[in-house]
Design a protein around this ligand. Sequence first.
Ligand SMILES: Nc1ncnc2c1ncn2[C@@H]1O[C@H](COP(=O)(O)OP(=O)(O)OP(=O)(O)O)[C@@H](O)[C@H]1O
Length: 297
Amino acid sequence: MTTTAEPTTEPVTTRRPVLTVTDLTVVYETEQPFTAVRSASLQLHRGEILGLAGESGCGKTTLAYAVNRLHQPPARIASGSVVFHDREAGDIDLLGLKDEALRTFRWSQLSMVFQGAMNSLNPVRTIGYQLDDTLKAHVPPMTRAQRKERSAEVLTRVGVDPVRLRSYPHELSGGMRQRTMIAMAMLLQPQIMIMDEPTTALDVVVQREILREILRLRDELDFAVLFITHDLPLLLEIADRIAVMYRGEIVELETAQRLHAAAQHPYTRKLLGSFPSLTGERSDFVRSGRADEGFSA
Ligand SMILES: Nc1ncnc2c1ncn2[C@@H]1O[C@H](COP(=O)(O)OP(=O)(O)OP(=O)(O)O)[C@@H](O)[C@H]1O
C-alpha cells in the first residue's frame, strides 16, 4: 500500500514521547483471579503508529481500555503507571485523574475507535446532530456555525461528503459509518487515537481506503495511533513499530521492518509463519508501504 503523503525519514523513536506505559498489570477479579495484562511497558511517540498484535484473548483490548481508564470491574489495574506527555501541560498521571478531569481528557486528548464502532452511532439522530452534540459538550464556546463548519471539515477529512451531516446512520454504508466514527474520534483533535480492530468488519477494499486515510491524516495532523489488531500483515504495512502480545505479556517490541526481517521471540516467529504471504516470495509486497522507508530505530 502506498500513501500520498511524503514519508518522513526521521526515526519515530527519536521523536518526543506522548504516552508512556510502565509495568502495567491488569487483573480480572473473578472467582479465580486472572491476570490478563502482565507488566506491560510501551512508549508511543508523536506521529507514530504503534501496532499491538497478538492472538484473540491475549489481552490487547484489556490493555487499551486500562490505558484510557475505560476498564470496568471485575477488571482492576493492579500495578504500573500510565503517563500522558501533554503538548502544553507536561506530564499527566492518567491513573491518578479524578472523574471530571478524566472525562475532559477522554476524547479531547485521547480518543478511541472501538471494535465494531460503526454500530455504536445513535440510530435516531443524524450524523450532524451527533458530531454537534460532542462539540457542544466539550467546547462550549463554539458557536453553532463554528460547530457545523468543524463537523463538515472532519467528515471531509475522512472522505465522507458533508451532505451526509443530514443523514441517519442507516442511510450510510458500513464503510461510511466507520469513517464517521473515525471523524468523531478526530473531532477534538486528540494527541492520541487508540484504534481497536477499526476496520476488521469491512471488506478489504474499504479497509484499505480507510487505512490509507488514517496514514494520510497522521502525516498531516501528527497524532499518534495505537493500532490494535490480530492482523500482523496489515500492521507490517502501516505501523512504524509493532508490539507483540502473548498471554498478557508484551514479548517483543520492534520496528515493523526488523520484526519482519529478524523476529526474536519464538511466538512472533510463529505468528509470522502463520501468514503464508509473509514467508514466501510475495513477502516483498507487504513491506512496500511507508513503513518500509527509513525509520530504523
Ligand atoms: N470481564 C471479564 N472477566 C474475566 N475475564 C475476562 C473479561 N474480559 C476479558 N477477559 C479475559 O481476559 C483475556 C484478555 O481479553 P482481551 O479481550 O483483552 O483480549 P484481546 O487480545 O483483545 O482479544 P480479541 O482480539 O479477541 O479482542 C481473555 O483471556 C479474556 O477471556
